[in-house]
Design a protein around this ligand. Structure first.
Ligand SMILES: [Zn+2]
Length: 211
């Protein structure tokens, strides 16, 4: 269901938002995008000197959906008495929302409760929504490591990549509030776009990749 064409479209739209907000994405023609038909971790950053994005196709979509076995299993785990309190606190509200009928896409723990860039909820059939959020997360890493000095909402940031630091969070916040919360990730018009050139990987193996 998640295919490369959708990822290419969404990545372009997210980069357009960044550009419209004054972020230098002149590197975008050199962006290396890898899609792998596997479960696991997606990455964004810089690899071998090129801006780099790697998406694990089988780990896109909602983390939990109502009536799904994964949700039921996790619910069983959470209500056990020996389950760590940190997991109960982390996922308790998430489970309530899924029990009420929402799909839930889970961010990493440190930002899970952030209303802009934390856990995401939506219609379980709207699988593009969690994909859009994942791409905002990863493209924010690519920008963090490739766009140099930035000014976002009046705050200035240096040229260095911040992993999951303040600079990355503000990039991610800008992208997600503009793209996911607004519903702009939904396909609007069908248009022809010429295929992008894939860049070969050359040079020294310098990796600045963040999951
Ligand atoms: Zn990350």
């Amino acid at each position: 269901m998640t295919n490369r064409a959708t990822i290419t479209r969404m990545t372009d739209e997210i980069l357009d938002i960044a550009e419209a907000n004054g972020i230098d994405v002149s590197w975008r023609e050199n962006l290396v995008t890898r899609t792998a038909d596997r479960k696991g971790t997606s990455y964004g950053g810089k690899k071998n000197g090129f801006p780099y994005l790697s998406i694990a196709l089988k780990s896109t979509g909602w983390t939990f959906k109502p009536n799904a076995i994964k949700f039921q299993n996790y619910l069983d785990y959470l209500v056990k008495s020996h389950t760590p309190m940190r997991d109960k606190k982390r996922y308790g509200m998430t489970m309530v929302e899924v029990a009420k009928g929402a799909g839930a896409w889970c961010e990493y723990r440190a930002i899970a409760k952030d209303t802009d860039i934390g856990d995401l909820y939506g219609e379980p059939d709207d699988e593009l929504k969690p994909l859009a959020a994942l791409l905002c997360h990863e493209v924010a890493h690519v920008i963090d490591y490739n766009s140099g000095e930035l000014e976002i909402a009046g705050r200035k940031f240096g040229p260095r990549g911040s992993v999951h630091g303040t600079k990355w969070r503000e990039i991610y916040r800008l992208l997600r509030t503009s793209y996911v919360a607004t519903g702009k990730y939904k396909p609007q018009v069908i248009e022809f776009k010429p295929p992008k050139r894939e860049m070969g990987l050359i040079g020294l193996p310098l990796f600045d990749l963040v999951a």
